[in-house]
Each structure stands twice: as structure tokens, then as C-alpha cells.
Ligand binder design. Sequence first.
Ligand code: ADP
Length: 570
Amino acid sequence: AESAEKTTLIDCNLLVAKALARAGVDHMFGVVGIPVTSLANRSVALGVRFIAFHNEQSAGYAASAYGYLTGRPGILLTVSGPGCVHGLAGLSNAAANAWPMVMISGSCDQKDVGRGDFQELDQLAAVKPFVKFSVKAKHINEIPNSVFSVLDHSGSGRPGGCYLDIPADVLHQTLTESEATKLLDDAECNRITESVTNIPNDKIAKAISLIRKAERPLIVFGKGAALARAENEIKDLVEKTGIPFLPTPMGKGLLPDSHELAATAARSLAIGKCDVAVVVGARLNWLLHFGEPPKWSKDVKFILIDIDEGEIELRKPELGLVGDAKGIVKVLNKEIKDDPFCFGRSHPWIEAITNKVKENVSRMEGQLGKVVVPFNFLTPMRIIRDAIIGLGSPAPILVSEGANTMDVGRSVLVQMEPRTRLDAGTWGTMGVGLGYCIAAAVASPDRLVVAVEGDSGFGFSAMEVETLVRYQLPVVVIVFNNGGVYGGDRRNPEDITGPYKDDPAPTSFVPGAAYHLLIEAFGGKGYLVGNPDELKSALTESFSARKPAVINVTIDPYAGAESGRMQHKN
Ligand code: ADP
């Protein structure tokens, strides 16, 4: 019996893999090396797909976006010390965006801590500002509980990043198969289950009365509503009540942009004049101008629906409803059904919004109709929009970053389906593009992924085009190449003095960089385009091929503005 026990000894790498697989983890993103290579291999052997990146930063962005798109924590695996530090980018992104993600890092031998070990770092201290919960497994026995805890904490309440630290010596410990099974079974019994929050009836009644009495109501929804998968409930609420809606940038698509009650093209009017705003899964942070004047009216009454009680305490709205957006909006709909009301199309507020939308859309279409070559931002964006619309359903997932490229893209490109837009988000992070593309492609294999990004944003993680090719992911990356951050050298010649005055501007890159050749180095398809016909043909070919491609679009370096639409913060 003793010898049979010996043959079934398993090591900690396998135990981690078993715990992950048991918890239903199906993807992991990361970079292997000492001491986690075996952990990755063991996980793959148990059916977890490991997407190997060049840099933990991109892998971390991928893990965070995977968490958002699937609603289950995205996993990042890193080596110790510097690997963990690179991974902080992803962890901070998950924290800022409130997306579920878990970073697992190897760390140095516990007995060598404080002696200058290989890649030694106090990793728990390093991750602290970015995590909801972190734990170091100091012994193999702690693995199952630790793995389940980080997964459970990252997804419960307001989602966010969690961290699991596994020292190299622990990864080398072993136990018997039966001990492992017992630990896993016990840990599974201790998993946190989300409690359902019940909203008191008087709060629901107050919400409905506020909405009913409003003269200029507005429904705002964001990526929390997207995470909650509340699209059907929000659609019901909008259509039952006839209230116009405004999605945040990543809330776009929850209801189609083409919906007759979409107020996106009349954003300033909608937020500036509404008297009651029902905000579902969106923080009143910088993206929504803190809910304050001058962008919002000073008398606006907010009804905030959020899973996080702290958010309600922070904003002090007229009314806060704490809980899952899908469940709460469903209850609101049910209550309204008993005594229906609808702000019909001839209501002055609805008319004002729809007229403004018509006016702004036709002005924008006028601008988009002009063909400008060398390309400005609008002409190629319109061509891309039409190509994307031509794809129909399932709509592609659109990844967008850059200053002008993202701003113009947000107003021109059309979102028709939920969770099909990923951009720089709450953290305003550039460099997320390639990681997001990879996450989107593996999270939604039936969808094409189209990235529209500036050359600067692309450059942060351009080497990951090799990852696209290696896994043959259906991703088309369109680079708006204007030769730098914001474009060409915009400095006033009198301001350029000093010993380095002949250096290129801090904002500029090599003009005419052949980004399309980067992907060709790995066997992907590259296109260089400078006019509408070339762009259209590259889009048609790459969209139907559904293979990794980079379309390098030459943009006039003087088109667009410094800092895009954020000049006030510059
Ligand atoms: P956006 O950037 O789209 O405005 P934010 O990231 O600022 O959105 O806000 C998302 C909000 O959604 C967060 O305050 C978060 O607590 C909340 N949230 C996350 N999941 C849910 C859920 N299931 N139900 C309700 N609110 C949620």
C-alpha cells in the first residue's frame, strides 16, 4: 500500500492546476519562466488553454478584459519579481475598471527572503494598491483554499483584481493524490456564495415615483450593466417608459446605437437638461463629469443602481439601489407593468432629444461624406464603419485606443450588440489594444475582432501581433499611422532650443513606419493603405479571411488635435 501511495504523489503545480480546472477556469494568460512553467503546462494538460504572451503587461490587459467579457475572472500567470511588476499594469486596469481578474505569480524561496534571492520582491506589498484581496500560499496545503478565495473575491460585489502568491519552494512541495482530493473537496465547501440583495419595496416605489414625475428623464448605463448582462431588462425599461438613454463608452451596444431613443448624438443636451437620471452600473466619475455642473444641471436627481454600496455612499444620490443591475431593473419593470406610463414621442423632452440627434447626425454625416486624402481621421473611420456594419450579426468586437483615433471612433463607429466595445476605459490606459484583441478573440470565438488604434497605442504592445499569428486568431488590427503621439511635430519653432533641439519631437515616431511589415515577419497579412479604394479592399479581404492582419493606414500627421478631446486636462 505504501508503494502505491508513493506512485500517486502530486506536486503543487498540479494541485494549482487541479484547483483552477475544478473552479471552471478555462483560459489563462501570461508569460512562463522560473518558477511557473510547470504550473502552465500542468494546467494545459487539465484543459485550461494557456495563451502565452511576450509581456505580462499585455497578458494582464488580456486577463482583465477576459473577465469583463465573460463575467468570470480572467487569470494572469507571471514569474516572480519583474514578472509580477509588469503584471501590475493588468491588475491596476482590472481595479480601475472594476473587472474580475486574478493574478497568480510565483515568488522566491521563502527561506531566502531578505537575502537578495533571484527576483526577490515583497509581491504582496507591490500588488496592495490594486487588489481587493491577496494571499500568499505558504504551504501546499493552503493551495485549494487560496485559489478558490482569489477567484471568489474577484467576482463578488464590485468585481476587481485579486492576487495569489506562490513561493517557489511551495510549488515544489508534494502530497498524495488522496490528500489533494480531500483538500480540494474541503475548500470547495468553503467557497463564498453571492447573497441576493432584496431592495425594500419603499425604495422601488420611490424610484418609480421619481421617474414618473420627471419632466426630462434619462437612463444612463455603463459597463457594470454590461457585466450584469442587464441588456434585456434595460431594453424593457427604455421601451416601456419611452425614456431616452445614454450609454457610457463601453456601455455602448447594450442597446443598439441605432435605437430611436438613443441620446448618444445629443449627449450634451441629454445630460445638461435631464432632471432625473437613472444611472445603471456606471460611476459618476470623470467619464460622467462627476454628475456635476456645468455638464449636468445642478438640480438633477440621480437614481443610482450599483452593486457596490460604497459607490452610493460616495455619490450621495437622491436614491441609491444597491444590488445586481439585472435583478433591480427587472423589479422596476415589474412594478411599472402594474401601472404603465410612457413619455410618448410627442413629449417635448423626447422631441427635443430626437431633434437634436437628427441635427447632429446629419451634421456628422455631412463631414463623413467628404472624402479627404491624405486621410484625416473621419474619412477612413467612415469606411471602416461601413465595412463593420456590412458584417451584420454577430457583430465584431471592436477594440479602440489612441487619442483622436479613439475619440473619433467612439462617435463614428456603430455598436449594435452588448459587450462589443473595449477601449481605454476608466484608467484611460493606452497599450491595451493587442491584449484586448487576444482576450476578445478567445472569449468570443464566433466574433471577428477589429481593433482601430493609433500608432502610439499600437506600439506599446505591437510584438503581440506574433501572438495573434501563433494562435491564428481572427483579429484585424487597423493602425491609424500619423507618425507619433497625437501626430506630427506640433511645437512652435521658437520653443525648440537647447542642446537637443535637433532631436525628433517627444511626440513623434519614425514617419511612414511600416507597421504592416511587423506582422508579415511572423507570417500574418499586412496591408499599407493611403486612399479609400486601398482601405476598402484591405477591409473586404481581411474581414472575410478572418486571419491575423494589420492594416497600416497612412494619416495626415497634422490631422487631429493634441490630447484628442482631453485638452482641458493637458
Ligand atoms: P462606465 O465606465 O461604463 O461608466 P464604471 O466602470 O464607471 O462604468 O462603473 C461600473 C459600475 O458598475 C461600478 O460602480 C460597479 O460597482 C458597478 N457594477 C459592477 N457589476 C455590477 C452589477 N452586476 N450590477 C450593478 N452594478 C454593477
